[in-house]
Structures are given as structure tokens and as C-alpha cells.
Design a binder for this molecule. Structure first.
Ligand SMILES: Cc1cc2nc3c(=O)[nH]c(=O)nc-3n(C[C@H](O)[C@H](O)[C@H](O)COP(=O)(O)OP(=O)(O)OC[C@H]3O[C@@H](n4cnc5c(N)ncnc54)[C@H](O)[C@@H]3O)c2cc1C
Length: 617
């Protein structure tokens, strides 16, 4: 295993065939008719990524054709929901293009529900539209398959490759085939990373036999960050972890229930608690509490305070809104299209949503750049509306030359969701094609010695296991290595207890974070001795490595931001209030692989809506 090496050269290499990656493949072909476009994916793009199970709503659609919303409205919404901190240029750029993406999805066969009275798409909420989305991913993947020159499924990408002579220039990536162990070297003129966000960085509420049941997909292994960080790409807002209010035990989303079916949540006594918490929240975050709709994190906060006061369980009163057969079907279908596990929990726990309310709870934290938070890479913005400090060349290019990103990969712009991530893939691809055209003469140069060293590193866990397995003392316990699951559970425990997981009610502080960093350092050292008994475990090992790197980045950013900007997502116990005078800024970090140093910085927040003259394209 690991002896055959395959080289694949391309103009544009897309890593991850999820929503960002599929958008990138589609658009690369549109602008780069003659280019070689390669997609590499660890699963199979037909059913990979966060949308593998399907979705029941598209959460980002303006409806400009009917005058429903304008991109500027969306920027104001995203800014408010993120407590003032978004890259408005990036958010605006997605908003102005996202409708055309959704229209393409419909053309390709995605059934979008219509409002029988108006003939428009059926709105779930101001920004969301309802879909019959069980086959959302295969429909979108088909477009990518037709656009790409080659698709390599079942290749776990472990590292990005840097150019031999230009130190800040990406040159490709390496990985291995998870079925036959072939080692792959991808050389490319431009690379677009769409490798998705991170679950299982924090200990999930469901452990033991239920540990695969998380809200964000368990196969979202933070590779978007784990691949970028070692290149020295600047990262931003990594402390901005997301905690979601979801149906208990099944993690079923609440959007359709709150927004479309108009169900209400109360405490166990039937009281609406949010308004009672207003004075306390105002004292913490000031005027941000008055933003309409109330920012997602603050709604979490109100609920957490209620639970801490012993007033739980918190109930979603499904039984009060399912008064017609049509609504009942909608309620079930919401989960059968998207989070089947929730329908199974109802069936298993004898819950008939027509008769009984269902418990809500907050999830463990996830690291994402596409949902209601915006962790990810610091990226160059669109040239017509990004302020000078946000522009260094090509749209969605990171601070590494030729390295682009989309979806969860790109930081600072929340609320992209599925359609916005695909749109961002399109935007990144358009810019990447231009980059390739402008740098035609410069083919990537990759050092053979460096590739050989990487190959040894990638397959080392198999060797560690082979040598150490004779010493196994019991079950999976061995003195000379840890296995990927043991490493994962240790990571989850550290993050949960020291970096604000659910068991700590999301609270952390400087001493806790510093101790967390020490323990993460020990875990990093032990990763050198990880053992993998087969290729499946080898994949788990590298997924763990991406999660550990991401976890360290999250911890360092959380330590750096000395305030509590998003109560309900996490709390700095030592800085319990929001502090605009010091922290109305993005946080930035750059990791230096050689020295192991993390360079932290404050990055400016510019307003472009209500402040800049916008040039429309
Ligand atoms: C339960 C749930 C509900 C959601 N609800 C909605 C909703 O109602 N509406 C909505 O619009 N959005 C929703 N979303 C959000 C949406 O799914 C994401 O915003 C979107 O998928 C992000 O796109 P992405 O390309 O960044 O990541 P993904 O779509 O997850 O794609 C990442 C891809 O990279 C691949 N990959 C990862 N690591 C590697 C590696 N090392 N090597 C090779 N390949 C790799 C993965 O297999 C995957 O194919 C939901 C997500 C979940 C999980």
C-alpha cells in the first residue's frame, strides 16, 4: 500500500466536491473553456458533503425578480446577526449573484415549492425558500461532473503543496486513494479549496453508540482549515464557533417550524422567556440586543439562561400548529428530506408532533464559514466594491498566491448556506481562471524530495501500527501508538472542557484556554505516534490531524479576542461583555510551520453598505 504514485496535472484543481466545489467546477468551465479542471473528493461527489442527506430549504435567496429583497438588505441582516462583524464586500458579492444560482438549480431539476397564490417560490422566511431537496446534491453534482475534465473520487487530500521557488505560491496537493492506497500528487496552476467545515472538534452531546449523530455532518472534518493553516494562509474569526438550537437528540433543524409553521418555543411552564431576558442581555451587549430579528447567538443565550435557571425543558409547541394534514406532512417531510434521524427519534420516543411538544436544546459548537458564523480564510474581495485593505488581486484568493476558497473555507461572510456556497465557488472560479490566464507562463514547480517526504509522512500511521500492533495489551490499547478514535475523543474532551463546549455551558477564560493549549500541544506530539490498521483508519488519522490544527486555531483566536462578542455561542468568563471600543474588528492569525509560531492580529471592519458608493455590475 502506498507504493504507486500517480501524478495529475491541471490548470485548476478543486479540492472537495461539495457545494462550493461544484460551483467552482461549473464556473471554471464557463470561463475557461480550454482549461483542464480537476475535482478531487474524499467521498463521491454524488452524495458528499454537508448536503449529502438533502435539504428542505435554500436559506439564501434574495428574490430580486419580484423585488422581495435587495443585496444591501442582506448585508444589513448578516451584519446584524453577526453582532456587527462581517466582510460586507464578500456578503454583498454573494447576495447579488445568488438568485442566478438558484434559478440554475431549478433549471437542472430541483423542485422548488411555489406559493399557490402568488406563483412565487414559497418562502419559509425572509431569506429562505422551501424545496423538495432529498436529491439536491445529486442534481448539483451532475452539473459539476459535466463541467470538470476529470473527477477523482475517494481521494483524501492530506496536504497542500507549495511551489519550490516561490515560497508563498501554492502548487497543488497530495492525498491517497482510500480504497487502494495509491498516492496522488496533483500539480495545478490554481487551487480552489472547498473542503467543508468542522464537526467533532467539540465533544458532541451524543456519545457512545450515538456519536455519529451530530448536527453538522460527521464527515465534515475541518479540512478547509486543516489544509490551509500549514500554508501560512491568514485565517480570520476562528473563534466565531456556531452553536445551534435544535430538536433534542435528533438535531432536527427548527427553521421550518419557527418561520413557516409559526410554532413557538416556551420554557416548561409555558412562558415566552426571551423578552424577560432583555435587560440582562442589554447589559452585556448594549444596542445589539435591539437588532431585528434578534441575533441568533442572543436567542441561544436567552434559552441557555432559562435552562441554567432550571426552567427547562424548553419546548417547541409543534402540536399547536399541525392543524391540517398538509402542515403535518410538511413537518415530517422537513426532516425526511434533511435530517432523517429526527423523524427516527420521534418514532423511537413515541412522539407524535401533532399531539406532543418536542424538546429543544443547544448543540455542541461547530466551526463553519457558511452558516450563521464566519470562520475561515481571509480572502481578497471583489474589485468593484472591496475597500483597498480587502484587495490584493483576485476575488476569493487567500493570502497565499493562487490559493482560492469557497463555502466554509472563506471567513468573514456568514449566511451563505448551500446556494451561497455554490455561488462563492462560482465567484472563486471566475477569478481563478483569470489568475491562470494571467500566469500562463508560470507552471508550478514542485520539489521531488519534498513529495517523497510527504509520502512517507502520509503513510507513516500504517507503519506505526504494523510495528506496534504486537504490543497490544487489551482490545485497542497499545503502548506505542494511539488510534484515530482515541485521538478524536481526547480532542473533543479538551475542546469541550477548556475551550467552551456544552458541558461548560460554553464558558472559557484565559487560564482555561492556556491549559487547553498545553493539552493540545501534547495531543499534537502524540499524533506523531498515531497508528492506522487500514486505509479507512488512515483517512480517520488525517481527518483528525485537520481537526487538531483547526482546534488550535480556534483556541488561539478565542484567547486573542478579549470580550464576549457572541453570548450564546461562547463566553469569555474573564471578559463577560461585548467591547466595541477594543474589539470591533476581525481577528487574524498566521501560522508559521517552521517555527510553530502563531502571529495574531486585528483586521479592520469596513462598511460598504451605507458608506461606500457601490458600483453595480
Ligand atoms: C443538517 C444540515 C442542515 C442544513 N440546512 C441547510 C438549509 O436548510 N439550507 C441551506 O441552504 N443550507 C443548509 N445547510 C448548510 C449547507 O449544507 C452548507 O452551507 C454547504 O454545504 C457548505 O458548502 P461547502 O462546499 O463549504 O461544504 P460541503 O458542501 O460540506 O462540501 C465539502 C466537500 O469537501 C469534501 N472533503 C472534505 N475534506 C476533504 C479532503 N480532505 N479531501 C477531499 N475532499 C474533502 C467533502 O467530502 C465534501 O464533499 C445545512 C447543513 C447541514 C449539515
Amino acid at each position: 500500500m502506498g507504493t504507486r504514485t500517480k501524478y495529475v496535472d491541471s490548470d485548476i484543481l478543486i479540492i472537495g466536491g461539495g457545494f462550493g466545489g461544484c460551483g467552482a467546477a461549473y464556473e471554471s468551465r464557463y470561463w475557461g473553456r480550454d482549461l483542464k479542471i480537476v475535482v478531487v473528493e474524499k467521498a463521491n461527489i454524488e452524495r458528499s458533503g454537508a448536503v449529502a442527506q438533502g435539504l428542505s430549504a435554500i436559506n439564501c435567496y434574495m428574490g430580486m425578480q419580484w423585488g422581495e429583497n435587495q443585496p444591501e438588505d442582506f448585508v444589513r441582516y448578516a451584519r446584524g446577526d453577526l453582532m456587527g462583524l462581517v466582510r460586507e464586500d464578500l456578503v454583498y458579492d454573494i447576495a447579488r449573484h445568488v438568485d442566478s444560482t438558484v434559478h440554475k438549480f431549478e433549471e437542472w431539476g430541483l423542485p422548488i415549492l411555489k406559493n399557490p397564490e402568488t406563483g412565487r417560490y414559497l418562502r419559509e422566511g425572509k431569506w429562505q425558500i422551501m424545496i423538495h431537496g432529498e436529491s439536491y446534491k445529486p442534481i448539483v453534482a451532475e452539473a459539476a461532473r459535466k463541467a470538470a475534465s476529470e473527477i477523482y473520487n475517494r481521494i483524501m487530500v492530506t496536504h497542500l503543496l507549495m511551489d519550490k521557488v516561490r515560497p508563498n505560491r501554492v502548487a497543488g496537493a497530495v492525498g491517497f486513494n482510500v480504497r487502494n492506497g495509491d498516492f496522488y500528487v496533483f500539480r495545478a496552476k490554481a487551487v480552489i479549496v472547498g473542503a467543508g467545515g468542522g464537526s467533532h472538534i467539540y465533544r458532541p452531546r451524543s456519545v457512545g453508540e450515538g456519536m455519529g449523530r451530530t448536527w453538522y455532518a460527521p464527515w465534515s472534518t475541518a479540512s478547509a482549515y486543516g489544509l490551509l493553516i500549514p500554508t501560512g494562509a491568514k485565517m480570520t474569526q476562528m473563534e466565531n464557533k456556531i452553536v445551534l438550537t435544535r430538536f433534542k437528540d435528533g438535531y432536527g433543524p427548527v427553521g421550518a417550524w419557527f418561520l413557516l409553521l409559526k410554532a413557538h418555543a416556551t420554557n416548561a411552564a409555558g412562558e415566552f422567556y426571551e423578552k424577560d431576558r432583555y435587560p440582562e442581555i442589554k447589559a452585556r451587549v448594549g444596542h445589539y440586543v435591539d437588532i431585528q430579528p434578534m441575533p441568533t447567538c442572543l436567542r441561544n443565550h436567552a434559552m441557555l439562561e432559562e435552562i441554567k435557571a432550571g426552567k427547562g425543558p424548553i419546548y417547541m409547541h409543534t402540536q399547536k400548529v399541525l392543524d391540517t394534514r398538509e402542515k403535518e406532512e410538511l413537518g415530517w417531510e422537513d426532516f425526511l428530506d434533511m435530517t432523517i434521524g429526527q423523524a427516527v427519534v420521534w418514532a423511537a420516543q413515541n412522539i407524535d408532533p401533532k399531539e406532543t411538544p418536542s424538546e429543544l436544546i443547544t448543540s455542541e459548537p461547530y466551526i463553519m464559514g457558511s452558516h450563521a458564523t464566519c470562520s475561515g480564510a481571509w480572502a481578497s474581495g471583489p474589485e468593484d466594491c472591496a475597500p483597498a485593505e480587502y484587495q490584493w488581486g483576485y476575488n476569493r484568493m487567500t493570502t497565499v498566491e493562487g490559493l482560492f476558497g469557497a463555502g466554509d473555507t472563506i471567513g468573514g461572510s456568514a449566511h451563505k448556506f448551500s446556494a451561497g456556497s455554490f455561488t462563492e465557488g462560482r465567484l472563486a472560479a471566475k477569478a481563478a481562471v483569470r489568475y491562470v490566464m494571467h500566469h500562463k507562463a508560470e507552471s508550478p514547480e514542485v520539489d521531488d524530495e519534498y513529495i517523497k517526504r510527504l509520502q512517507e509522512v502520509v503513510f507513516k500511521p500504517l507503519e506505526t501500527y504494523r510495528v506496534g500492533r504486537n504490543e497490544i495489551v487489551a482490545g485497542t490499547v497499545a503502548p506505542s501508538y494511539i488510534n484515530p478514535l482515541q485521538g478524536l475523543q481526547r480532542l473533543e474532551k479538551i475542546m469541550d472542557e477548556y475551550v467552551g463546549g456544552y458541558s461548560m455551558f460554553y464558558v472559557t477564560s484565559e487560564p482555561l484556554l492556556n491549559r487547553g493549549l498545553e493539552l493540545l500541544q501534547m495531543l499534537t506530539e502524540d499524533f506523531e505516534h498515531i497508528g492506522a490498521e487500514d486505509l479507512h483508519q488512515l483517512q480517520r488519522a488525517w481527518e483528525l490531524q485537520h481537526r487538531i490544527l483547526t482546534a488550535e486555531s480556534v483556541t488561539r483566536h478565542t484567547l486573542f479576542r478579549q470580550e464576549t462578542r457572541w453570548p450564546g455561542y461562547y463566553y469569555r468568563g474573564d471578559y463577560p461583555k461585548l467591547d466595541d471600543s477594543e474589539w470591533h474588528c476581525f481577528t487574524g492569525s498566521q501560522y508559521d510551520t517552521k517555527s510553530g509560531a502563531w502571529n495574531m492580529s486585528k483586521l479592520p471592519v469596513h462598511r460598504i453598505v451605507e458608506g461606500f458608493e457601490l458600483l453595480r455590475t
